[in-house]
Ligand binder design. Structure first.
Ligand SMILES: CC(C)(COP(=O)(O)OP(=O)(O)OC[C@H]1O[C@@H](n2cnc3c(N)ncnc32)[C@H](O)[C@@H]1OP(=O)(O)O)[C@@H](O)C(=O)NCCC(=O)NCCS
Length: 173
């Protein structure tokens, strides 16, 4: 169930300290990508473009003025202009309350509104929580990179997932 008083709104610069705290939670950092420790400078460079560059859509989830999650879409260019790449994370204390799903649904609506045709993402093959959420929303598994990532002393497989936003492009099962 979605927490009462949940607001989803565009990211602001003053959200960055709260978001930095979330990405440094071990349970989030381990599945997100950048090699820890993620210093504030490195984080600010990474997230700063979500605020400044119009090729990104970035929405935060807020409850009682506390920022508890982020979803981003990075829109492709040139031949990839109808595609976009998604990233999402939610504060650990708010997991399993429907916040991730609500962020996903909102950003999917935005993607449709701005004329995108698909959303892509890459997820660690072992990230069962995220994969279940993506599948529940309608994302399909589109392939696996064996040992695509090397982090925290081990190789990991990654899965490419995609959501088509245009019924005319729907693939017959
Ligand atoms: C993935 C993540 C964003 C999900 O956020 P959330 O707010 O907990 O998601 P929801 O509450 O909307 O859950 C939606 C569905 O996902 C699945 N799910 C979520 N967490 C799960 C878990 N720990 N185990 C199994 N399934 C899970 C369930 O099917 C759930 O539906 P249900 O609660 O009705 O069964 C959150 O776990 C997170 O921030 N993880 C760390 C960062 C991350 O993995 N990002 C994605 C990288 S590709």
């Amino acid at each position: 169930m979605v927490s009462e008083g949940l607001t989803i709104r565009p990211i602001r610069k003053d959200d960055l300290p709260a978001l930095h705290e979330i990405v440094n939670m071990p349970e989030v950092a381990d599945v997100l990508g950048p090699i820890p420790p993620l210093t504030y400078e490195k984080f600010e460079k990474w997230h700063g473009r979500f605020i400044e560059d119009p090729k990104h859509v970035a929405l935060v989830a807020e409850v009682k003025k506390k920022v508890i999650g982020l979803v981003t879409l990075s829109i492709g260019e040139e031949i990839h202009r109808y595609d976009s790449w998604l990233s999402i994370y939610v504060h650990k204390s708010f997991w399993r309350k429907g916040i991730g799903t609500q962020l996903m649904k909102t950003v999917i609506d935005v993607a449709r509104d701005i004329g995108l045709k698909r959303i892509s993402l890459v997820v660690y093959a072992g990230n069962k929580a995220a994969i279940r959420m993506y599948k529940k929303i309608g994302f399909k598994n589109e392939g696996c990179s064996k040992y695509g990532i090397y982090t925290l002393g081990k190789y990991m497989d990654t899965i490419l997932m995609g959501l088509l936003l245009d019924e005319d492009l729907a693939i017959e099962e």
